[in-house]
Design a binder for this molecule. Sequence first.
Ligand code: BGC
Length: 305
Amino acid sequence: MFGRRTDRQTSAPTQSDTEEMGSDEMATRSVPGKGGSGGTGVAEPAAEVDDGQHGFGIDIGGSGIKGAPVDLKGGHFAAERLRIPTPSPSTPGSIADVVANIVGSFGARAGDRAIGVTFPAVIQHGVARTAANVDSAWIGTDIDALFTARLGRRVHVVNDADAAGLAEARFGAARDVQGVVIVVTLGTGIGSALLLDGKLVPNTELGHLEIDGHDAESRAADSAREREALSWEKWAHRLQTYFQTLEKLFWPDLIVVGGGVSKKSQKFLPLLELRTPIVPAQLLNDAGIIGAAVLASEEAPATVR
Ligand code: BGC
């Protein structure tokens, strides 16, 4: 039920999944069911998470739902991440069950702060407002309320690119950058995060700018590159148009490019000619989980509503 189909998988990826698909190792290490574990390379010992410095983040994607305790000061996982395949159909109820399983499997290590969750749609005060790459049944769902009721503890849902962008601003490629930063995630769709002096302006949805009569993500997302088997040069040409439009409209001080394909940024970033500095994201697969945990700890009270 998650979005468009691609040639590569039966359940179409969201931004988060496209990031993950960039790593073959990650795909084979994913373990179905409760108690399985998908590594991230940040396999620290599973310390007790009770020192007030930890939150918990979950990243909902089209093929996998991933969660980990997060060190909110250090900006990294505090224990190894758990990944459970996204159920099909991906109804709000079945996804809520997986989210509850993931949090439950960490026991006390999930801490007692509000749980942060990413979702690939506009999330206005906890309510999904769009469904570009997810089932339209999600539109109007108060995901905050649904997950909070299912888990019996406060859950705070945010847009996936906003979470990733916030994480890059705090701990990654845009750390300590003042002024206007735009983080763009290239995956199934195009996600965006707009930051001013490190503060997030949520739900910018700049992947849906209309350019030359097209929804930008339908031409310039990484899924378009794959679907149309575009060469790096051809895809870079489309990205050039996209990023040029962004800089014409927003005059950012920095553009950060995330999504799984950013691991291959050397193939396309050098082909772009922009006046704005443009750099690859640094936190990659971890950004959504980390950003969601940070946003939840700062925006949501820990108590159940
Ligand atoms: C959605 C955004 C999302 C992005 C990346 C877009 O199609 O509209 O909300 O952030 O995809 O997943």
